[in-house]
Unconditional design. Structure first.
Length: 159
């Protein structure tokens, strides 16, 4: 989970920078995209085994933002792990750690806004330890008056 939070902070920072490049006023349609590979190094905790796993690899991040002629902004942020693996600090077991993270945002000043975030990760043991699947979904829709009209927040870990 700590890994996910670090990635989320980096992702949101990238998105805010792109939003700031263009502003949110009604201007001609335009778009920007940024791609980067970010090294990952640290630890993850397996809820299935109770073990700390030393991890390393990269995640590939792509951020796209489009502004339409009405002043609307449309953000898409995608990340996927690239060669992320780990070793159990107690057991010495090797793990493969595939994962994806995606965010979409659509908004126009003074109008409705929606935000969707999805997370799919796994800790796949190369030995006898159980595999772990992590899934998350967050969706929020806010109407032009600032009222939340839709809210979904699900998170699960299965072994």
């Amino acid at each position: 989970m700590l890994l996910f939070r670090r990635i989320l902070v980096t992702s949101i920072t990238s998105a805010v920078v792109l939003l700031g490049l263009f502003g949110l006023s009604a201007q001609p349609a335009r778009a920007a995209a940024v791609q980067t590979d970010v090294p990952i190094s640290g630890t993850a905790y397996s809820s299935c085994t109770g073990e700390i796993i030393a991890i390393s690899g990269y995640y590939h991040q792509q951020v796209n933002i489009t502004y339409d002629n009405s002043g609307g902004a449309h953000l898409s942020l995608s990340e996927n792990f690239q060669g992320v693996s780990g070793i159990g600090e107690t057991s010495g077991l090797k793990y493969q750690i595939p994962g994806t993270f995606h965010v979409t945002e659509n908004f126009t000043a003074g109008q409705a806004f929606n935000f969707t975030e999805t997370l799919n990760e796994a800790l796949i043991s190369q030995g006898s330890a159980p595999n772990e699947q992590i899934h998350g979904l967050l969706h929020i829709t806010v109407d032009a008056n600032g009222n939340v009209t839709s809210y979904i927040d699900t998170f699960s870990i299965t072994c």
